[in-house]
Structures are given as structure tokens and as C-alpha cells.
Write a protein that binds this ligand. Structure first.
Ligand code: 5GP
Ligand code: ZN
Length: 122
């Protein structure tokens, strides 16, 4: 599977391709991060693979390196975006999967939320 596979009807594929503007947080060949349009917290960004993976339900061993690199980016990006240092600060990392998991956009994304409380949600 190529890292360049896109779904022409997918909102987050279009955001990663910059066909739809977003507040870009980070980009490399395989990964894109951008501010959530409806933030729950002072810091709220989404980390996505550029390749179209609909959700965690489609993740397999072939994605281990990609997801590992994404997870390894989270601490760096969270601090850069204004999350306070662990342990007094920190952040929430979550991914919704499927309808019962509360997933609204069908392109794998990790929410990173942080900053001083109270938050709008969560
Ligand atoms: P989900 O419920 O699928 O886990 O989260 C989807 C997230 O995408 C939501 O938090 C929502 O605010 C965000 N979102 C939806 N459409 C857009 C958009 O067009 N631009 C940006 N930046 N975020 C979006
Ligand atoms: Zn997509």
C-alpha cells in the first residue's frame, strides 16, 4: 500500500493535500497535523496519516512503523503547541473509532488536547 493513497471524497485527505485550508501544526511526507476547527481545550490539534486509513479498525502490522512515528511526534508537538509539561500539565490523546466509538470523520486521526483547565469538553 502506498503512503500516497487518497480518497477524493475524504475531508481529511483534502486537508492533508491542502485543498482545504487548515491551521497547520506539522507536516512531513507521511504525517499531517492541524488545529481542530471546534477545539475542546486551549490546545486541540489532530494528527493524521496522509494516506487514507479510515479508522483504527483498518490498522494492521503494516502500519506499525507509521503509527509508531506518529506516537513519537505527540510529546514534541504537544509542548510546541502550548501543552504544559508533565506531570502538572500533560494532555489527552484519543482516537474515536466507528459510530459507537463516536467517530465523525472517517480518516484516522488522533486528537491531542491540553492546556489549562477548565476545558469546553472532556
Ligand atoms: P471525530 O469525532 O471524528 O473523532 O473528530 C473529528 C474532528 O474533526 C472534530 O473534533 C471536528 O471538530 C474536526 N473537524 C471536522 N471538520 C473539520 C474541518 O473542516 N477542519 C478542521 N480543522 N477540523 C474539523
Ligand atoms: Zn482520507
Amino acid at each position: 500500500m502506498s503512503a500516497l493513497i487518497q480518497d477524493p471524497d475524504c475531508l481529511f485527505c483534502k486537508i492533508a493535500a491542502k485543498q482545504i485550508p487548515s491551521g497547520i501544526v506539522y507536516e512531513d511526507d507521511e504525517v499531517f497535523a492541524f488545529h481542530d476547527i471546534h477545539p475542546w481545550a486551549p490546545v486541540h490539534f489532530l494528527l493524521i496519516p496522509k494516506m487514507h486509513i479510515p479508522s483504527m479498525a483498518q490498522v494492521g502490522a503494516e502500519h506499525a512503523a507509521l503509527l509508531g512515528r506518529m506516537m513519537a511526534l505527540v510529546p514534541k508537538l504537544a509542548l510546541e503547541q502550548g501543552c504544559n509539561p508533565y506531570p502538572q500539565g500533560g494532555y489527552r490523546l484519543l482516537t474515536n473509532t466507528g459510530r459507537e466509538g463516536g467517530q465523525e470523520v472517517q480518516h484516522l486521526h488522533f486528537h491531542v488536547m491540553g492546556g489549562p483547565r477548565p476545558w469546553l469538553r472532556g
